[in-house]
Write a protein that binds this ligand. Structure first.
Ligand SMILES: [Zn+2]
Length: 276
């Protein structure tokens, strides 16, 4: 069904499941909208001016750390610097903001992977977060290469890999769909070889079994995109409250409209009216 609808509520990141192509669901408050069914049709998002913290629900003038109020941003372990830079984990100093949360989320097996969203990159994720993590990045290929016991260990491994490979995605190239296929198994073997001394050091530190090589096959992903933009122009609800256009595609957490692209994740917690 593709009749016109108006939904109002706070944005959360789109739900996405793999498929040919991946299937995206827009989440606005309690409302759900199948976005694949809206391809080629007009879509409008209007920010009401309100932002609600995704953790406590409190109204906030500004969003901190993708959808939090300032008190939550300063208080929650998931907003701490060590989430982005796990090698800075300070749990063992007794200063974790929420030790229980840390035990549930950080002291769990993590995967180090290679992915291709705009070229070869290395990344880490909790074992349960794949393949969502890759779809959220707009990766067209991914290969888990190592499994480790904790988030901190995955951070040390990632720091090591960064000597040889980027950990960033160029979101403009990702959105232009210019990505070339990469032989990920060969890239893995080359990197494991080049970094073998560094990996041996980490195994000496954390135990021989702490960093385990995985023997997986590369995954491939495709996205519901009718047409990639030649030039990437981005919408920003903080500057213009209304974003409207024809929906040409969805990739990563971006909507591709004929009028420009919008990273919905950046506007988590923003209360919007969606007309589709
Ligand atoms: Zn809050």
């Amino acid at each position: 069904m593709t009749e016109a609808v108006i939904l109002t509520g706070c944005l959360t990141k789109m739900a996405v499941v793999p498929g040919h192509p991946a299937r995206y669901t827009l989440r606005v408050g309690e409302h759900r909208l199948d976005l694949n069914a809206r391809l080629g049709r007009p879509l409008r998002l209007t920010w009401t001016g309100a932002i609600a913290c995704t953790h406590c629900g409190r109204a906030t003038k500004k969003s901190f750390g993708q959808g939090h109020c300032y008190p939550c941003f300063k208080k929650l372990a998931q907003c701490d610097t060590c989430i982005m830079k796990p090698e800075l984990c300070h749990f063992f100093q007794g200063t974790c903001r929420e030790p229980d949360w840390g035990e549930r989320h950080c002291f769990q097996p993590h995967v180090v992977y290679l992915a291709n969203a705009s070229g070869l990159k290395v990344g880490i994720t909790r074992g349960t977060q794949v393949p969502t993590r890759w779809l959220d990045q707009g990766a067209v290929q991914a290969l888990p290469i190592l499994e480790v016991d904790s988030r901190q260990q995955s951070g040390f491994v990632e720091v090591l890999f960064k000597e040889e490979v980027s950990d960033r995605t160029n979101w403009r190239s990702m959105l232009k769909g210019e990505t070339q296929d990469i032989a990920l198994v060969a890239a893995r073997d080359r990197l494991l070889d080049r970094l073998s001394a560094g990996l041996a050091n980490l195994r000496e530190r954390f135990g021989i079994e702490a960093i385990r090589e995985l023997d997986e096959v590369p995954r491939a992903f495709d996205y519901p995109v009718l047409e990639y933009p030649r030039k990437v122009v981005s919408h920003n609800l903080d500057k213009a409250r209304q974003v409207a256009g024809t929906l040409l595609g969805i990739k990563g957490q971006y909507l591709i409209l004929d009028s420009g692209v919008i990273n919905l994740r950046k506007f988590t917690g923003y209360e919007v009216a969606v007309t589709a």
